[in-house]
Ligand binder design. Sequence first.
Ligand code: ADP
Ligand code: MG
Length: 684
Amino acid sequence: EKEYELVFDDEIEFVVGNKRKGKNKKGEEVGSDDEKKLPVYAYRQEFLDAMKDHQVLILVGETGSGKTTQIPQYLHEAGYTDYGKVACTQPRRVAAMSVAARVSVEMGKRLGAEVGYQIRFEDCTSEKTKVQYMTDGMLLRCFLTEPDLKSFSCLIIDEAHERTLHTDILFGLVKDIVRFRSDLKLIISSATLNAEAFSAYLDDAPIFMIPGRMFPVDILYTKQPEADYVDAAVVTTLQIHVTQKIGSGDILIFLTGQEEIEACAETLTMRTKGLGSRIPELIICPIYANLPADQQAKIFEKTPPNARKVVIATNIAETSLTIDGICYVIDSGFAKQKSYNPKTGMESLVVTPISQAASNQRSGRAGRTAPGKCFRLFTAWSFKNELEENTVPEIQRTNMGNVVLQLKALGINDLLNFDFMDAPPAETLMRAFESLYALGALNDKGDLTKLGRRMAEFPLEPMLSKAVIIAEKYKCVKEILSTVSMLSIGASVFYKPKEKAVHADQARMNFARGGGGDQISLLRCYNEWEENDHGTQWCFENFVQVKSMRKARDIRDQLAGLCERVEMEETSCGLDNFEPVLKSFTAGFFFNVAKLSRSGDYTTVKSRTTCYLHPGSVLAKDEVPSKWLCYFELSFTTKEYMRQCCPIKGEWLVELAPHYYSGEDIEEAKGKKMPKQRQYNKTR
Ligand code: ADP
Ligand code: MG
């Protein structure tokens, strides 16, 4: 059924695997995207009756059946919001925002009025809000200010199958709270069928099933392993686009992150341009966490008849977001996952093979409105032998410092006996205690200190909140707030258009002049922007992303408000003497200190791991490398890269982290010859 006779020299050969079975048992009319046709709709009354009879319900339904968008509305219409809000948690910020926007349209209300969302650093709710979407982390924070959650009447812990760290902790807290608040309704909502575990955990709560409406999906595997899945995704997209009838469905590609998605989008744009009018239009829509909201909305726009849409997504589109009209899925087989080594205490984001369960979830996205095809960019052998059966819950592979601090602040002291659905490894908990002790948040009995209590007020990782609070001592609160906000944006601050790369680099290095590494460069950038009246033109001239800057300002405003709450004065040290800022940063990030070794590489002081200065660091251009570096985060791509680094002094460590560093750690470096010339790795 080839529509266009185009041959690509890099064509990929696929072999057919097992079909994913459809579940369209009644032969009901399908293919409509009418909201009333959502599977959940037929069960509205049954669901509300079950809610009347039970305090806790496990809700199970295929992705796209309407759980997230409809259930909160049903509860609202049934009067549950008369005595409190309905909260619906989402593991991802983008999902919370996007779903809230959709529901506000369905209800015909302005977003932020009756329907709103709350994510970290952004509160789009008001007095009027009845239905509130929020990240699971935000609901966790609610327990700090309102331990009985009395402003809520119903809690929906949505996407429970994702088993994020915050969701898992919420399980323990809500299980406890429903015991003494008999008027509070609790729904655990999940897209996968192994809901028995949730039911068993919640004292055998009943399971409410929404039968799905799934069409069969053909699974195709590559014949050979593909070395570059981004490239393979591009080729496969073009193959589908030219061989499959226009109107037969849109394409959804799963990649691991923003950079890959942008690269894929760019290559696709170039290659389709090259083919010109020989192929129909291909509408390219990227979606990832930091994509501006207006562009996020684009993925939901209906595809015009003579075109095809290709959505390039992270695993956000696996279950959190449903895009109608997808009939082709291209699965890279990878996702970015947090990985934590409790032995070294190092956490990094690593591109990891997904599980078989996740891959099956992805393929299911092709069969929602019609029979579909899923192209797996790996071999059938690899699926069977190299992918784990299920994804490991985040709680078992992450650093728990922040959560332990919050639980301690909630008065939950005996964490080893906390009612976890799946307990974290004891080692991970011990590591969290140790690091909070080293930060001074816990005392030697494991109790929260005054510093720890203040740290828990900030919606930041403990290392960041420590940096903020210690700045009081070094009289640089103003500077650290700006620095921390810039570090917390989560998106890049600087941009570098290809045709102006040299200018962009120059602009970037202007902020670095005067020293202090990436942290102080970010601070200079923020200050200058502020001095220039938060101007857009200034951003443009300096190759700075205006959206990132605005976000930094929002974050900063909120952190400044919290400083007031813990009675911290906004002291300032100015920019000429930035040592106090670096000291404050190091007081939080002393775990992340690396020392230049004789071979010219950097080695972390305690765990002795070799890591490399990220090529994007302003320090990467320095002639003489700093003996000591303190970094913000480690990211593992081809190597362990330190991102956002500043030069520090070894002597500071004993002063700033006496529980962690001894004189010996510092001494060792002395007396040994340091290489004069920079030899460390020059990648990229
Ligand atoms: P579930 O939670 O069961 O996976 P949802 O309630 O998220 O299902 O989705 C139900 C329907 O709502 C889907 O058809 C989806 O396309 C639509 N939908 C969800 N979010 C949006 C949005 N932001 N814009 C347009 N449609 C949306
Ligand atoms: Mg959902």
